[in-house]
Write a protein that binds this ligand. Structure first.
Ligand SMILES: O=c1ccn([C@H]2C[C@H](O)[C@@H](CO)O2)c(=O)[nH]1
Ligand SMILES: [Zn+2]
Length: 132
């Protein structure tokens, strides 16, 4: 996997963020099994709780286009440490991406933290926990 390319795509996505309230831009890039890249940015709303994170925008965009098989996710923001996805995104990523998929967290200083989906949310609540 070309991690540099994926980070560049996330960086481009960051520029598209709609963040009039927080002014905090976040970009994500999701790589599919067949090499396509879905960009995602955070999109805010005057009703603050409606804000959507970059990570979920990327995953939901892929789903909306019929893509469901992923092999990497990069996330970038202007943070001191590599950006740390929120709990909501960790939960969504856990369900919709493979457990061993690579997640590349980075920032504008070029600090990089590579982890897996499982490491992002150990013991995540999962579809297997539901029973009818
Ligand atoms: O990993 C993260 C963390 C935060 N945000 C967004 C949500 C909100 O728009 C802004 C401030 O929390 O950053 C993301 O998109 N991804
Ligand atoms: Zn989030």
């Amino acid at each position: 996997m070309d991690i540099k390319m994926l980070i560049q795509e996330a960086r481009k996505a960051m520029e598209k963020a709609y963040v009039p309230y927080s002014k905090f831009q976040v970009g994500a890039a999701l790589l599919t099994e067949d090499g396509k890249v879905y960009q995602g940015c955070n999109i805010e709303n005057a009703a603050y709780s409606m804000c959507n994170c970059a990570e979920r925008t990327a995953i939901f965009s892929a789903y909306a286009q019929g893509d469901r098989k992923f092999k990497g996710l990069a996330v970038i923001a202007d943070t001191d440490r590599p950006v740390s996805p929120c709990g909501a995104c960790r939960q969504v990523i856990s369900e919709l991406c493979p457990n061993d998929m690579k997640v590349v967290l980075t920032n504008l200083n070029g600090d990089i933290k590579e982890i897996t989906v499982e490491e992002l949310l150990p013991g995540a609540f999962s579809p297997e926990d539901l029973h009818e």
